[in-house]
Design a binder for this molecule. Sequence first.
Ligand SMILES: [Ca+2]
Ligand SMILES: [Ca+2]
Length: 164
Amino acid sequence: MLEGGLGHNTLNGGGGGGATGIASYEHAASGVTVDLNVTTEQTVAPGMFDTLVNIQDIYGSAHDDTIIGNSASNYFLGNGGADTFRFNVNMGFDGIGDFVTGQDKIDLNFSAPFTDEVSFQAWAAGHVTAQTGSTMITFDASDSIFLLNVNKANLHASDFIVHS
Ligand SMILES: [Ca+2]
Ligand SMILES: [Ca+2]
């Protein structure tokens, strides 16, 4: 696991037995914004400039974070705060380990599959399934978001940010 800190850092998750690269911001003093689509240096928080190489997984700070996945299989931990997890089209098979309904948000950064609670529930009937205490959101055969320890019944349209 690689930990971001103050200043300019390159977090390179490659070269270690094929293990998934994890960038952790669990000790960051403020919320971070991390975009896995950015391969050059990015400002993740005031004074923190990171270049992410071979990173698939992000562990957030204790504060409010924005974590943006890419097309690889990503695993995220928000680590407290009110966190936003953004997914683009063709997100792949992603997971969130500590999503908190009513507090965190899933930002669907593509044409909204639903607009309100009624249309969410209709959409969810074909796309959201309970899996032994967890919830799987399936967009298509190659794109899904797994929410560990989230009860499907507690997931609502208000847990999402949608775009027209
Ligand atoms: Ca957080
Ligand atoms: Ca992904």
